[in-house]
Design a protein around this ligand. Structure first.
Ligand code: NAI
Length: 348
């Protein structure tokens, strides 16, 4: 059922197939140099096996960077299931995935990602202990989204200090794209800080409710990046910062929770050239993995530990922004460099 695939870039890559349950997917461990490889389980439709493999390789590498940026003793891993979560997901299939995770004996820790729910992860956890983000049990860390939002808020303040000369967000106009788990909490926190909000979601009812809760204006989901605002916060999909959207952005700073916001590495340069400060996504959104790490690492005093790690993450962001400015480059490139150094230091 599990076939190991050769790889020059990743420590372990596995193809998972289970004829009985229809499970088809991959698990990739990019690096365990800093600790067990941790990263979520995603279920979605892929056109080809190669597309699913490319996704898991890319996402697991991204997790190595995110975990190193948060200075966690964790490596990077990811798992994908090929299929439509609405129609192909069954308890038996999820349990088969759980058995696959179990065979890796803790070298890979999984968690909820796109297409998965807490109930699904509980099903996976019937077969393996290596599931984080659980609602119950020893060290359970629950929904990471509020902590992710706090990390984004902290990053925003750090960036605001640099761009606007003050970390105070009172009166700042923030455009938030995506009002799901993270976006909603971020709006709540920004509202508490006295920021003015412009919100957008594909789900118009959700946008209207959020607008009502936080005295916000609404914008269309496909043009919220272009509204008049101080800060643009992408909290929905990846690839939102691209050759088409960047020239339309009027905010002076981009800081949000979405993964893989830059469509290509060149887009970091495009933002930099346009005078827009981009806060590297995997540093800004590291709060969620910090929250889950407390569970994986069995931290006894989790609240204190999470606070310390969040403060350290904010300090890392401040360092990245300062060095990027001194070198006249995009913070995205600086973040990649700092994290690569951290990974090498640990591997050596
Ligand atoms: P979610 O699925 O709860 O919410 C996403 C929201 O975005 C939904 O309300 C959806 O309707 C909306 N949306 C989708 N496409 C959109 C578009 N084109 N324009 C406007 N709205 C759109 O997801 P969640 O958990 O809030 O995550 C948001 C982003 O943050 C994702 O990219 C995720 O990978 C990333 N992230 C989430 C973490 C967490 O703790 N939940 C941790 C780190 C990253």
């Amino acid at each position: 059922m599990m076939t190991r695939l050769p790889s020059d870039t990743h420590e372990e890559v596995w193809r998972i197939e289970d004829a009985e349950t229809g499970l088809k997917g991959f698990i990739a461990l990019h690096s365990t140099a800093r600790g067990p490889a941790a990263g979520g389980l995603r279920m979605r439709v892929y056109d080809t096996d190669d597309a699913a493999l490319a996704d898991v390789l890319n996402l697991s590498r991204g997790m190595s960077y995110k975990n190193a940026a948060a200075d966690l003793p964790l490596g990077g891993g990811k798992a994908v299931i090929m299929g439509d979560p609405a129609t192909d997901k069954t308890p038996a299939l999820l349990r088969a995935m759980g058995r696959a995770v179990e065979t890796l004996k803790g070298r890979y820790w999984t968690a909820e990602d796109m297409g998965m729910t807490p109930a699904d992860m509980a099903e996976v956890a019937r077969e393996t202990d290596y599931v984080a983000g659980r609602d119950e049990g020893a060290h359970a860390s629950g929904d990471p989204s509020p902590v992710t939002a706090r990390g984004v808020l902290g990053a925003m303040k750090t960036g605001a200090e640099r761009v606007f000369g003050s970390a105070d967000l009172k009166g700042r106009k923030v455009a938030v794209q995506g009002l799901g788990h993270v976006g909603w909490h971020l709006c709540r926190m920004l509202h508490d800080e006295g920021a003015a909000l412009i919100v957008a979601d594909m789900d118009a009812a959700r946008a209207n409710l959020t607008a009502r809760d936080f005295d916000a204006e609404t914008a269309a989901p496909d043009s919220v990046h272009a509204v008049e605002a101080d800060i643009f916060a992408p909290c929905a999909i990846g690839g939102i910062l691209n050759a088409r959207t960047i020239p339309q952005i009027r905010a002076r700073m981009v800081a949000g929770a979405a993964n893989n916001q830059l469509a290509t590495p060149d887009d970091a340069d495009r933002l930099h050239a346009g005078g827009i400060l981009y806060l590297p996504d995997y540093v800004a959104n590291g709060g969620g993995i910090i929250n889950a790490a407390a569970e994986i690492l069995h931290i006894a005093d989790r609240n204190v530990w999470v606070e310390e790690k969040l403060a350290a993450l904010q300090a890392t962001m401040a360092r990245i922004l300062a060095r990027a400015e001194a070198e006249g480059t995009s913070p995205a490139h600086l973040a990649d460099r700092i994290v690569a150094e951290r990974m090498l230091a640990r591997a050596g």
